[in-house]
Design a protein. Structure first.
Length: 233
């Protein structure tokens, strides 16, 4: 809307529209209003996310890395307040590192997920944090745990989160099948995130993917001009 005058009832009937909402983004909280996803497969997990961070309607960062390493084979995908989710991830990584040293072995994915759950639940009135914790360990193999707003914890064969996830529930329900290979999971995740980014104004940028197995963590980036294309009418 162009700057001008807006009519109001009352003693002062006209108000300048030049500065209405113009500086809100300067003080608004940074949000990873976002699209995140994780899928289990036989040998590990695939995780993925878009890369847009918003401050209100302003795009504060278009190449954010929302796939955060917690330990060698454990990652989390972050949605919500950027500051809150970064702080929670740092605290979990700190405690998990000490736990691993005390136990003399790599930590379990479930242990990391429970740490996320404890922090998010105990601070549920103050945190805006939706987390997907995923990784591989010797006991259970690949695992995906969801910690939504409020601090609930549930394991799922796949999980989606963030503002963009609301647009793709139908697609993931139809496209998911048990026993997918790593390549099929990468394709499934890339297509799901591309669809979410196409519809959600708070999601965008590039798609970052990671395949976590016993032997390695493979990172992939799909640039904006390389994303799968779908109907955009």
């Amino acid at each position: 809307m162009a700057a001008g005058m807006m009519y109001q009832s009352g003693p002062s009937r006209f108000q300048s529209t030049a500065n209405m909402g113009g500086d809100d983004w300067l003080t608004a909280e940074h949000m990873t209003g976002t699209s995140i996803m994780a899928v289990e497969f036989a040998d590990g997990v695939v995780i993925g996310a878009d890369s847009r961070t918003t401050t209100g309607a302003y795009i504060a960062n278009r190449v954010t890395d929302k796939l955060t390493p917690i330990h060698d084979r454990i990652f989390c995908c972050r949605s919500g307040s950027a500051a809150a989710t970064q702080a929670v991830a740092d605290v979990v990584a700190y405690h998990l590192n000490f736990h691993s040293i005390e136990m003399g072995e790599p930590p379990l994915v479930q242990t990391a997920a429970n740490l996320f759950k404890e922090i998010c639940y105990n601070n549920r009135d103050d945190l805006t944090a939706g987390i997907i914790c995923a990784g591989w360990d010797e006991r259970e193999g690949g695992q995906v745990y969801t910690i939504p707003l409020g601090g609930m914890l549930v394991r799922q064969p796949f999980s989606i989160g963030g503002s963009g996830s609301t647009y793709i529930y139908g697609y993931v329900d139809a496209a998911f099948k048990k026993g997918m290979t790593k390549e099929e999971c990468l394709k499934f995740t890339a297509h799901s995130l591309a669809l979410a980014m196409n519809r959600d104004g708070s999601s965008g940028g590039v798609v970052r993917l990671a395949a976590i197995t016993k032997d390695s963590v493979e990172r992939h980036v799909i640039l904006g001009n390389e994303l799968p294309r779908f109907y955009e009418g």
